[in-house]
Design a protein around this ligand. Structure first.
Ligand code: B12
Length: 451
């Protein structure tokens, strides 16, 4: 742990007692802080998202003995006014802001969604001297660039449940939070890698504050549930390892099923498993489906499948446990392009999984990601013919790949002169294989179906 930190804005809020004990004799927390947590996302693209990650940070911070206020900006017609009200009410010592989206990943007319977070930080600055701490999936991909762009004080890359309370304790004790793993400080480049929590079991899955953000009567509301973190796959373009690491960390299936049962009792009828790949590992997915079936929650759910290592028994168990729709990110129908993407499946695997899902009555939402390295007119035609042959209920097509820092795709784009080495990629940049435009846009239009 570092020595006394003398950042201009910080002050030891309450000193620890002489023994360095964090609690007084009555068990009250010494150095307890007031934190206001704000979910900055105000987008409804695709579907309404509930700020599950920020809820988990809120619950963990409460558990650590701090006082937590929570504000979801999504339903707020006047976000600045809502922030002012929340700051006046909670008088926070620290403000945490969750940054989910940077952009919409659309190459044609891209939207830079991070710009919406700037006024959030500015309003916090206008009405409070509390340090502003960033976190969230989008933030974690661009920890230095997003911190500089938004003008916040600190940022946390990766899981927030352990680090945020530790950061509050540092601030309360006048110590430098940048000594904590994964914590970035404005104008400094010393952050160590995040420490991804190995055991998710003790970490909260829900917070009461989320109930306000998620009225069960909202149409088309799919409550997010996370049963695992991390992704061992190494897709050439993907940013997930920056956010959750490569190591898979899974919750006990029973714990997840009981959580879903609790949601059902609270009136929620639909759940979205936000795991990167619900079926990795397959055994865990099977046990989770069995646990859900045993509890007979009546909840309908969706998930994201990696289209290989899916046996018929799993598909049957999923259907029985309430699965009604699957996102199948197969991205291409060309073996050559799949190899370029570092995918571990073939078009034949995709067909097998898709047919099994269809046979068990599970709706299939397929995704094509066209225009990456190695893509030609011929491979596009191959993918189009393949996707059509699957007879999916819904197909989404993306043309051009969003380039994320540190990926194989970014290295390739630098080598080919598509981007400069020093580009931080915060403002979205895309890779599109030469020779596909303008033809490709007209080619994919008739494919879109069932959005
Ligand atoms: C599931 C998912 C979806 C689902 C959401 C379903 C649902 N009901 O919520 C669907 C498919 C609908 C979706 C849509 C979109 N998504 Co999405 N999605 C994800 C995914 C896979 C998981 C997100 C999640 O729920 N995580 C679970 C929670 C528990 O984790 P968390 O939010 O990260 O929170 C943790 C930490 O980040 C941290 N933390 C969070 N907040 C804070 C705050 C503070 C102060 C601190 C200290 C820490 C902290 O602690 C939390 C607990 O450990 C991520 C990729 C990923 N692996 O993260 C992409 C991701 C977030 N999505 C992304 C995008 C772009 C989108 C879309 C814009 C795509 C589009 N054009 O349609 C839309 C936007 C939707 C919207 N309305 O906002 C990008 C964002 C990056 C970017 N370029 O902007 C990501 C990162 C994927 C990627 N490409 O890398 N998405």
């Amino acid at each position: 742990m570092g020595g006394t930190f003398t950042g201009a804005w910080t002050r030891p809020i309450l000193r620890q007692n002489a023994a360095g004990d964090a609690r007084d004799r009555a068990g009250a927390m010494i150095g307890a802080m007031r934190a206001l947590l704000i979910s900055a996302n105000s987008e409804r693209i695709n579907m309404i998202t509930i700020p599950l990650g920020l809820g988990a940070v809120a619950a963990a911070t409460r558990r650590a003995g701090h006082d937590v206020g929570f504000l979801d900006l999504l339903p707020e017609p006047d976000p600045a006014a809502a922030i002012r009200r929340a700051i006046a009410k909670h008088r926070p010592d620290v403000i945490g802001i969750s940054v989910r989206n940077i952009d919409d990943q659309a190459r044609e007319n891209p939207r830079f969604l991070l710009a919406q977070v700037k006024p959030v930080v500015e309003t916090c600055r206008e009405c409070s001297r509390a340090p502003v701490v960033l976190g969230g999936a989008g933030y974690s991909i661009f920890p230095d660039a997003a911190l500089a762009y938004l003008g916040a004080d600190f940022g946390v890359r990766g899981d927030g449940e352990a680090v945020f309370p530790a950061l509050l304790e540092c601030l309360a004790g006048g110590r430098d939070p940048c000594t904590l793993p994964g914590v970035y400080g404005a104008g400094r480049h010393s952050a160590s890698n995040p420490r991804f929590s190995e055991d998710l079991g003790p970490m909260p899955m829900w917070d009461e504050a989320l109930r306000q953000a998620a009225d069960p009567a909202t149409p088309d509301l799919w409550i997010p549930v996370q049963s695992r973190r991390g992704c061992p796959n190494d897709c050439s373009y993907c940013s997930t390892s920056q956010i959750q690491g490569r190591r898979l960390r899974a919750r006990e299936p029973r714990q997840v099923a009981e959580h879903v049962a609790m949601l059902a009792r609270a009136g929620y009828r639909r759940v979205y498993f936000v795991d990167n790949s619900f079926n990795i590992p397959e055994q865990h997915a099977l046990e989770l489906c069995d646990a859900l079936t045993r509890l007979a929650t009546g909840v309908l759910w969706r998930c994201i499948l990696y289209p290989c290592r899916v046996c018929e028994e799993l598909v049957r168990s999923m259907a029985r446990a309430g699965c009604v729709e699957v996102s199948l990110g197969f991205e291409s129908g060309s073996l050559q392009v799949l190899r370029e993407m570092n995918k571990r499946f073939t078009p034949a695997d995709v067909r097998e999984v898709s047919d099994m899902l269809g046979a068990h009555g599970i709706r299939r939402m397929g995704f094509l990601l066209l225009g990456g390295p190695g893509e030609t007119r011929e491979t596009v035609e191959e993918s189009v013919a393949f996707a059509e042959s699957l007879r999916l209920e819904c197909l989404r097509v993306t043309v051009g790949m969003r380039i994320y820092p540190g990926t194989q795709l970014a290295r390739r784009a630098i080598a080919e002169g598509v981007i400069k080495d020093e580009d931080d990629l915060l403002v979205p940049r895309f890779y599109l294989s030469p020779g596909l435009e303008p033809w490709i846009h007209d080619r994919v239009k008739p494919l879109l179906r069932g959005a």
